[in-house]
Design a binder for this molecule. Sequence first.
Ligand code: HEM
Ligand SMILES: *[C@@H]1O[C@H](CO)[C@@H](O)[C@H](O)[C@H]1NC(C)=O
Length: 213
Amino acid sequence: MAFTTLLALLLLTLGASASPAALDKRQTTSRYCSSTTSLCYLQITPRAASIPTFRIAVPDGASVPFDTVLEIIAPVAVNWAGFAWGGSMSLNPLTVAWPNGNKATVSSRWSTARTMPGTYSSATYKTLSTSRNATHWSVEVACTGCSKWSGGQLSTSSINTFAWALSRTAVQQPSSASSSFSIHNNVGMFSSELKDAKNPAAAFSSYIKTATG
Ligand code: HEM
Ligand SMILES: *[C@@H]1O[C@H](CO)[C@@H](O)[C@H](O)[C@H]1NC(C)=O
C-alpha cells in the first residue's frame, strides 16, 4: 500500500515537471455574427483574458480546397499568435501573426518538428482588416491553402481539431513575414464541426474580394 502511494506520488511529480505549459483544452466555441463584416464565424473564446480570441469562417456547400477566413483578436501583451489548421504544431498549415505598428504581419508557416516553423508557400494570404488600440491588436485574413494540405484537410461534416499558440516575446523583425521568433508561452487545442463557421458562398467570396485590409 505504502509502495503504491509512493509510486503514485513519483508519477505525479514526474508528470507535472514534464509539462511546464500544459496543452490548454478549456476554450469554448460558439457562432458569432459580425455586423461589420456581415460574416458569421466559429468563435473560440478563451478561458482567460490574456489569450486571444480566434474566429474562423468558411463557405457553405463548398468542398475542399476552399478559402478560409481567420480573425485573431489578441491582447497587446501577445507578441505573436499562431493558428494550426490541423490541430498540431507539425505537418499542417500554421497562420502566424504579430503586430507591426498599427498594422499586422501575417506569416505562412509549416513545421516538420517542434522547432521554429519555416515559411510555407502553399498557403497564401490576403489581409482583410487590421486594428490596434490601447488593449488589443487584431487581424483578419483570407487564406488560400489552409483547408487542404499534404496529409490532411478540413472536414465540412464532422469534427475538426484546431490548435493555437501565443508568445509574449517580440519577434525579431516585425515588418518581415519571414522573421524568426521565440517559442510560445501558451498552447491550446479545441475540436469542433465547421457548422458555426459556415456562410453563404457568394457572400463569403464577395467579402474577401472587396475587403481592403
Ligand atoms: C520558435 C518557434 C517554436 C518552437 C521552438 C516550438 C516548440 C514547441 C515544442 C518544444 C513543443 C512541445 C512542448 C510544449 O508543448 O511546449 C511545442 C508544442 C506545440 N506548438 Fe510549438 N513551437 C514553436 C512555434 C509554434 C507555432 C508558430 C505554432 C502555431 C500554432 C505552434 C504550435 C504548437 C502547438 C499547438 C503545440 C502543442 C501540440 C503539439 O505538440 O503539436 N508552435 N512547440
Ligand atoms: C480595442 O480593440 C478590441 C479588439 O478589436 C475591441 O474589442 C475593444 O472594444 C477595443 N477597445 C476600445 C476601447 O475601443
